[in-house]
Design a binder for this molecule. Structure first.
Ligand code: 5RP
Length: 228
């Protein structure tokens, strides 16, 4: 099998382009957030006459979509989406993911939950046997942050509020992110359900209940399609 030396940026562009095959002409598309999704949004401009618009998962993606002339609809205006295209920080062999490296996990989970099919676009570095190597992002209500960090400590995780320019990063929803290192998430479905119950947790960055149906993985061999 032939291999090519792609830069990580080229791999992101390859999977962003490949994701166009999953966009259904005539239908609104769900759009995630991040550097890989930015490549998809750029590619989506070539289909802008074929789709009514997009539902976006962040202010950043909304701005990029609009700049390319793609209408952005409010999530409340749609009852269902055929497909949601988004990246991941980690994806395991079942299509379970860690997301939220770009702090957009809550809106990402909302748009994913509206969608019939989650198509994950990622380069090969994101594929892992067990979730947890990437610090787990959790969006929390600020007054609960210290207690939630203590709850993660009891599970063996080391949490810290994410900073930007020396201050707590504030999400599009006005909340903060706790990043948790040192977890080994062997049962993502149970873990997501448990952490979701903790008071003050807005969204945990494990996407198991909203897992990927397909992953377009950028590799030196080209784009590989994994189905779950
Ligand atoms: C943003 C996310 C992104 O999908 C994730 O961080 C991957 O980003 P990138 O494509 O830049 O590696 O969850 O909240």
């Amino acid at each position: 099998m032939s291999t090519t030396t792609y830069t990580q940026d080229e791999l992101k562009a390859l999977v962003g382009q490949a994701a166009l095959h999953y966009v259904v002409p005539g239908e609104i598309v769900g759009v995630g957030t991040g550097s890989t999704v930015n490549k998809f949004i750029d590619a989506l401009a070539s289909m802008r006459e074929q789709i009514p618009g997009a539902v976006s998962s962040s202010e950043a993606s909304t701005a990029r979509l609009k700049a390319l002339g793609i209408p952005v609809l409010d999530a409340n205006e749609v009852s269902s989406l055929s497909v949601y295209i988004d990246g991941a920080d980690e994806i395991d062999g079942n299509g379970y993911m860690i997301k939220g490296g770009g702090a957009a996990l809550t809106r990402e989970k909302i748009v994913a939950s509206l969608s019939k099919r989650f198509v994950c676009i990622a380069d090969e570095s994101k594929k892992v046997p067990v979730l947890g190597g990437f610090p787990l992002p959790v969006e929390v209500i600020p007054m609960a942050a210290a207690r939630i960090i203590r709850q993660f400590a009891a599970l063996g995780g080391e949490g810290a509020v994410r900073l930007k320019d020396g201050q707590p990063l504030v999400t599009d929803n006005g909340q903060v992110i706790v990043d948790v290192r040192g977890l080994k998430i062997t049962d993502p479905l149970a873990f997501e359900s448990e952490v979701n119950q903790w008071p003050g947790v807005v969204t945990v960055g494990v996407f198991a209940h909203q897992k990927a149906a397909v992953c377009l993985l950028g590799t030196p061999r080209g784009v590989e399609t994994l189905s779950y």
